[in-house]
Design a protein around this ligand. Structure first.
Ligand SMILES: [Zn+2]
Length: 277
């Protein structure tokens, strides 16, 4: 499943090439999670102003069309989606459900499981976009996301700290791998109750979340050529994970063995030696 770093790497791979591109045609495949919400032809002639990201959503800001207001497309990659901008695209295959042809190439959403979506909205702050983005927590790279914010938000919750991170209502982007890695880096047992995390530990955890996600984006970005590389890069990050997927192996920091437990139906990996309640 594409996580925040993969989505950010996708954005970085597209933004320079698509900024200023003019849309010449739009083709829809099979229905995605939500309908497009406009006539595909109403997108033709518009220019792409910018490509931004909020959580795991990409926002393609579009200038006004013929007799129509500016707006944009909110894109989510769902469970299995990927976006690719190609100069010489092949014919759409059975998993290609959205094509946007521009004078800079063809942007294609490939999504075998079709949990992804491309949705028209009059702006990122209104309409459908506002509704979908309303409940998202702070961006991890937002200056407002710090130990004080995290500590205050954790104090209001009684769930395990890993669950609080995964929820995405405090901070976005701490998906399963990244939550496990950040808790390892901060030395916090993932089962610790949220409201028992001290302020100094919240400081460490906030820094760890930012550092782990920044590292993943950097890793993805440094090897990026197209979206296939972005997926490869995500795999590469997993190989460098220090606890995730390493059950039974010796901890990289101490002589204890990394454990795997299940929390809320998701696998959690941690070191009982250096991660404390
Ligand atoms: Zn350890």
């Amino acid at each position: 499943m594409p996580e925040l770093p993969e989505v950010e790497v996708t954005r970085l791979s597209l933004v320079e090439r698509l900024r200023g591109a003019r849309i010449s045609a739009v083709r829809l495949g099979k229905p995605l999670r939500w309908p497009l919400g406009c006539e595909p032809v109403s997108l033709v002639g518009r220019r792409v102003d910018d490509v931004t990201r909020r959580g795991k959503y990409l926002w393609f800001g579009l200038g006004p069309g013929a007799g129509t207001e500016a707006g944009g497309l909110l894109v989510h990659l769902g469970m299995s989606g990927s976006l690719n901008l190609a100069q010489v695209p092949g014919e759409p295959g059975p998993w290609d459900h959205f094509d946007m042809a521009t004078d800079r190439g063809l942007l294609r959403l490939t999504d075998p499981r079709r949990f992804g979506a491309v949705v028209w909205s009059p702006s990122a702050e209104s309409g459908v976009a506002a509704k979908l983005l309303a409940k998202l927590g702070l961006e991890p790279f937002d200056q407002r996301f710090d130990g004080a914010h995290l500590h205050a938000a954790l104090r209001k919750r009684k769930v395990a700290v890993k669950q609080a991170l995964l929820g995405g209502a405090i901070v976005v982007g701490a998906g399963n791998i990244y939550a496990c890695e950040a808790l390892f880096e901060a030395g916090i047992d993932p089962r610790t109750r949220s409201d028992r995390i001290s302020r100094p530990r919240a400081d460490r955890l906030a820094s760890a979340v930012r550092a782990v996600l920044a590292r993943a984006v950097e890793r993805g970005g440094s090897t990026l050529r197209d979206f296939r590389d972005a997926h490869g890069a995500a795999g590469e990050f997993q190989l460098e994970a220090r606890v995730y997927g390493r059950a039974g192996e010796r901890c990289v920091r101490c002589d204890r063995t990394v454990r795997r437990i299940v929390q809320g139906g998701r696998a959690t990996f941690f070191c009982p030696g250096c991660q404390r309640r």
